[in-house]
Design a protein around this ligand. Structure first.
Ligand code: PEP
Length: 246
């Protein structure tokens, strides 16, 4: 059985002090969970100095080009040089506030592969789409555009199913709702000749609901926002995930 993958998305939060606290709190969790910290880029050099085997770090975004006149941006190659192993791509906040289309998300995922980073690509439906029973149509469309932009058979692709209505709201999807979408995503990818390495769930995951989510057969891990900003809380969440992994 592989350890659950727990990705912490700090967004534009956190500090060096928090990184030190998290590193210390996770010392006892090594081996039972696979942790990736998606940090603000400014904290990556400390991550490189501080984090032990078994705790990796990621960026929260990349530009799709290797270099150029794009003020304020970071390329996947630059992130890889900072020792990161992964990058989140296409988070709903990027899609909403920075107008990232499915096509741009595909280009960014490609840039990750080019640079040797593992992309964690987010898909998810709005509340309106869920209410209109369009969840599967929306997430499959996002996945199809992504796969169409990737080399056939690209491996190590991670998808994070993050219903937008569940992010930061405290209203998580039930384990059954998440399981149903994960199964559809896997199936859709397979029909296009891709094998998803992992499918994560994200959206109001906390210490007390992670166990039920992780007991589902197609949930390989979780993407955690708010609850990753407390070292003790995040460590407890990791422990609960490890204890009940399917
Ligand atoms: C996220 O931003 O990816 C997320 C899942 O946030 P939260 O856990 O706070 O809902």
């Amino acid at each position: 059985m592989t350890a659950p993958l727990i990705v912490a998305n700090w967004k534009m939060n956190g500090s060096e002090a928090l990184l030190r606290d998290v590193a210390e709190a996770l010392v006892d969790r090594q081996g039972s969970v696979d942790v990736v910290l998606a940090l603000p880029a400014i904290h990556m050099s400390l991550a490189r100095a501080l984090l032990q085997d078994g705790i990796r770090w990621a960026s929260q975004d990349v530009h799709w080009l290797e270099s150029g006149a794009y003020t304020g941006e970071l390329s996947a190659e630059m992130i890889a040089q900072m020792g990161a192993s992964h990058s989140i791509v296409g988070h709903s906040e990027r899609r909403e506030y920075f107008a990232e289309s499915d096509e741009i998300v595909a280009k960014k995922a490609n840039a990750c592969f080019r640079a040797g980073l593992i992309p964690i690509v987010c898909v998810g439906e709005s509340r309106e789409a869920r209410q209109a029973e369009r969840t599967e149509a929306v997430v499959c469309e996002q996945l199809e555009v992504l796969l169409a932009g990737l080399p056939q058979g690209a491996e190590r692709l991670i998808i994070a199913y993050e219903p937008i209505w569940a992010i930061g709201t405290g209203a998580e999807a039930t384990p059954e709702m998440a399981q149903a979408v994960h199964a559809v995503l896997r199936d859709t990818a397979q029909k296009r000749g891709f094998r998803l390495d992992k499918v994560l769930y994200g959206g109001s995951v906390k210490e007390d609901n992670v166990a039920a989510l992780m007991s589902m057969p197609d949930i390989d891990g979780v993407l955690v926002g708010g609850a990753s900003l407390s070292a003790q809380g995040f460590s407890a969440l990791c422990a609960n995930a490890a204890a009940t992994h399917n």
